[in-house]
Write a protein that binds this ligand. Structure first.
Ligand SMILES: NC(=O)c1ccc[n+]([C@@H]2O[C@H](COP(=O)([O-])OP(=O)(O)OC[C@H]3O[C@@H](n4cnc5c(N)ncnc54)[C@H](O)[C@@H]3O)[C@@H](O)[C@H]2O)c1
Length: 372
């Protein structure tokens, strides 16, 4: 199979869909890998590194798309890429798609007639989303770092050193949500020697967290009252809640922020689901914060975008086993043998095979088995 990896063209996207190790995995199985020239530049992976593991560098995106049996990307196709979707209707596109949020992209894929498999809907039997997890881990680990940075006075923060110093208390970090991102944030915050409290509605989850951290942090059952109590004297609040398929619940009101310490920093990782603070609005890496009362909000919707090198490797580590399966077996057999991967199949030759996507746009839904 020829596998094509174009350079990402979406604004501010610096990740790339494959690493040199992934190229080696595919070429050693007899596949041909075409990487667009400079595709790895944003992630600090040079063309020569891809060549050294067997890739061919192709100067032009159209050429990469036209030759490929399967195209690997990071982000959903954007308008300037739509004409490439219909170059070959036997082509498989494997990438983040988020089609429920974009009628335009859904229409483009339906019209193109190819096979589109979305990273974000690959789902394991325990309902976890293995190709979303790495990005929650990255964002979660980044949250205490960016918050500590913004807690410094020149950044507009309270002027508190997150780890404290002998004789002076460490910062209090409150984490809302003990899922993938919340646990990653807790790991870093504990590692920074902050005074950490984590809240979740799921008591079983809190038992696991308690067991994992062995007393290095406090776990509190989430309720309006508990959140108010914990946030009141926090230096840093990290929002990392998720209610699958729904907007994030608003857990921190402006009124509560008004009663918080001045110069406290609130990081809303859940911003991509609408955010869990009342005044959250998406921000960018070039202008990441804004003030609410005397506190600073950091609400960057693509936090992993700031660390594309790490994010590329984290994402590609998770996608590679599926990529190899798709390349070795072809998408039909791979989907038949691997039900979690089958859940990733969103569009097949003009039919929408992912029910939530069809529902989101009031379009017809075709169960996958009917097109297999
Ligand atoms: N901003 C970014 O760059 C970025 C990157 C990756 C992920 N995210 C987002 O981070 C969020 C968290 O993702 P995740 O993978 O950690 O999800 P997850 O499902 O692993 O964890 C979410 C947790 O929130 C808890 N929760 C739900 N409602 C709650 C409430 N009212 N009070 C307390 N806890 C509550 C759940 O019990 C669960 O443990 C998602 O919205 C995800 O899209 C953002």
């Amino acid at each position: 199979m020829i596998i094509g990896i174009p350079k990402e063209v979406k604004k501010d996207e610096y990740r790339v869909a494959i690493t040199p190790a992934g190229v080696r995995e595919l070429t050693s199985s007899g596949h041909i890998v075409h990487v667009e020239q400079g595709a790895g530049d944003g992630s600090s992976i040079r063309d020569a590194e891809y060549v050294s593991t067997g890739a061919k560098i192709i100067p032009d995106a159209d050429e990469v798309w036209a030759a490929a049996d399967m195209v690997l990307k990071v982000k959903e196709p954007v308008r300037e890429e739509y004409h490439r979707l219909s170059l070959r209707n036997d082509q498989v596109l494997f990438t983040y798609l988020h089609l429920a949020a974009s009628r335009e992209c859904t229409d483009a894929l339906v019209a193109a007639g190819n096979v589109a498999i979305a990273y974000e809907t690959v789902r394991l039997p325990d309902n976890s989303l293995p190709l979303l997890t790495p990005m929650s881990e990255v964002a979660g680990r980044m949250a205490p770092l960016v918050a500590s940075h913004h807690l410094m006075r020149p950044e507009g923060g309270r002027g508190t050193l997150v780890c404290g110093v002998p004789g002076v208390a460490a910062a209090k970090v409150v984490i809302l949500g003990a899922g993938v991102a919340g646990m990653a944030a807790a790991t870093l915050a504990v590692g920074l020697h902050a005074n950490v409290t984590i809240l979740d509605k799921n008591l079983e989850r809190l038992r696991q967290v308690d067991h994992h951290f062995r007393g290095a942090l406090e776990t509190i059952a989430s309720s309006t009252h508990a959140i108010e109590q914990q946030c009141a004297d926090a230096d840093i609040v990290i929002g990392a809640v998720l209610v699958v398929g729904a907007r994030a619940p608003k857990l921190v009101s402006d009124d509560l922020v008004g009663r918080m310490r001045s110069g406290s920093v609130l990081v809303d990782i859940s911003v991509d689901q609408g955010g869990c603070f009342e005044s959250t609005r998406p921000t960018t890496h070039s202008n990441p914060t804004f003030s609410v009362h005397d506190s600073l909000f950091y609400c960057v919707a693509n936090m992993p975008g700031a660390v594309p090198h790490s994010s590329t490797y984290a994402l590609a580590n998770a996608t590679l086993p599926y990529t190899v399966e798709l390349a070795n077996r072809g998408w039909q057999e791979a989907a038949q043998l691997d039900p979690p991967l089958a859940e990733g199949v969103n569009v097949v030759h003009g039919s929408i095979t992912c029910e939530p996507v069809a529902d989101a746009h009031a379009m017809a839904y075709t169960p996958l088995h009917e097109v297999l």
